[in-house]
Ligand binder design. Structure first.
Ligand code: NAD
Ligand code: VAH
Length: 312
């Protein structure tokens, strides 16, 4: 097992909970850090530290105490919460990233992972198979902060030689930890409500198509990128990655194949406008070419797996 010491910031969130558990299978020391408590499996399987990423000296202490040489910086304010509190979203998403970039550089952290999102695209970007390089112009504070973050990551690689790597995740679907206040969270909640109550009220319209991915694919993509030889990484802002795309009506239909009396209705709210500003599908051919990315789960496989785990 590699002797690297890894720090996961935002380890109690939707992605952090599962990424921390997976990293602990690969590395001897994986320190989980967050403002809030982790899920029990994370708490019971290794060190946990309460850390505010905005506290730079606290972050530096943690890196030095555990001799951290790899960081996964996941802490952020997501799209829907960000629209309610733009100041907080800008502070956490920007200042948090700058703290991590600067500490990594000064304290010789060898590799840094920071996730971006398909929310970096905006209403003027091509909707179908949105390319790696195209018009961006996001119109949410979340997307604006993530696009600025991508430019900072590229800058730190180009000017300071920091090995920083990034993926533009689509909406992620999982069952271990709840969604963190995003626009794609309906595609998580729908499964829990289908199992518990056999009905769901969706905050997006029936035909709102968005790019999505099942969490095991997202975790695999992250490790694949981080383990790739540095000379295979040609994009240091953030890679497009894709798996599937669907609408609320289509996911409801997939659930109905397992729960025949499942009912969905629609009450679109402010998140509809956010969703309409994003792509419907993503072209991830550059990630496929550079480091061999390939998704495994389609809508049917994801639905079967989610329902089995939630029912259990
Ligand atoms: P989440 O909201 O579930 O988790 C984020 C975690 O960060 C939370 O546990 C929160 O307590 C923590 N946090 C917030 N502010 C903090 C601070 N100041 N200091 C320390 N911790 C703090 O989000 P997630 O879905 O797990 O997303 C993780 C990352 O992946 C984010 O950067 C997000 O933008 C990105 N991403 C997520 C998705 C998705 O669908 N989940 C899609 C695209 C990109
Ligand atoms: C959100 N789940 O909805 C996140 C993600 C692609 C969307 O960044 O905010």
């Amino acid at each position: 097992m590699p002797q690297d010491a890894v720090l996961v910031i935002g380890a109690s969130g939707q992605i952090g909970s599962e990424l921390t558990l997976e990293l602990r299978k690969h590395y001897t020391t994986v320190v989980a850090a967050d403002l809030k408590n982790p899920i029990p499996e994370v708490a019971d399987s290794g060190p946990f530290l309460r850390l505010d990423v905005l506290n730079r000296s606290g972050l530096a202490d943690c890196i030095s105490r555990y001799r951290i040489n790899q960081i996964y910086h996941l802490a952020a304010i997501l799209s829907a919460t960000g629209e309610k509190n733009p100041e907080l979203a800008w502070r956490v998403n920007m200042k948090g990233l700058r703290n991590v970039l600067d500490c990594s550089l000064q304290m010789n952290v060898q590799k840094l992972f920071w996730p971006s999102t398909i929310a970096v695209f905006g209403p003027n970007s091509p909707k179908q198979r949105t390319p790696q390089w195209t018009v961006m112009e996001p119109n949410t504070i979340y997307g604006i902060s993530k696009l600025a973050g991508e430019r900072w990551c590229d800058y730190y690689f180009q000017k300071k030689n920091l090995d920083v790597r990034s993926l533009r995740y689509p909406g992620l679907i999982s069952y271990k930890a709840p969604g963190g206040g995003g626009t794609t969270d309906y595609a998580i909640d729908i499964f829990f409500e289908a199992v518990r109550h056999r009905r769901f009220t969706c905050f997006l319209k029936a035909d709102t198509r968005l790019p999505m991915m099942y969490m095991p694919d997202a975790i695999r993509a992250t490790l694949l990128l981080m383990e790739a030889p540095a000379d295979r990484i040609t994009v240091r802002s953030s890679y497009n990655i894709a798996a599937i795309d669907f609408t609320p009506a289509e996911i409801a239909e997939a659930i109905r194949k397992h729960i025949a009396d499942f009912v969905i209705d629609y009450q679109p709210d402010f998140r509809q406008q956010i969703a309409e500003s994003w792509p419907e599908s993503i072209d991830d051919s550059v990630a496929r070419r550079d480091w061999g990315w390939m998704p495994s789960y389609n809508l049917e496989a994801l639905t079967t797996d989610m329902l089995a785990h939630i029912a259990a």
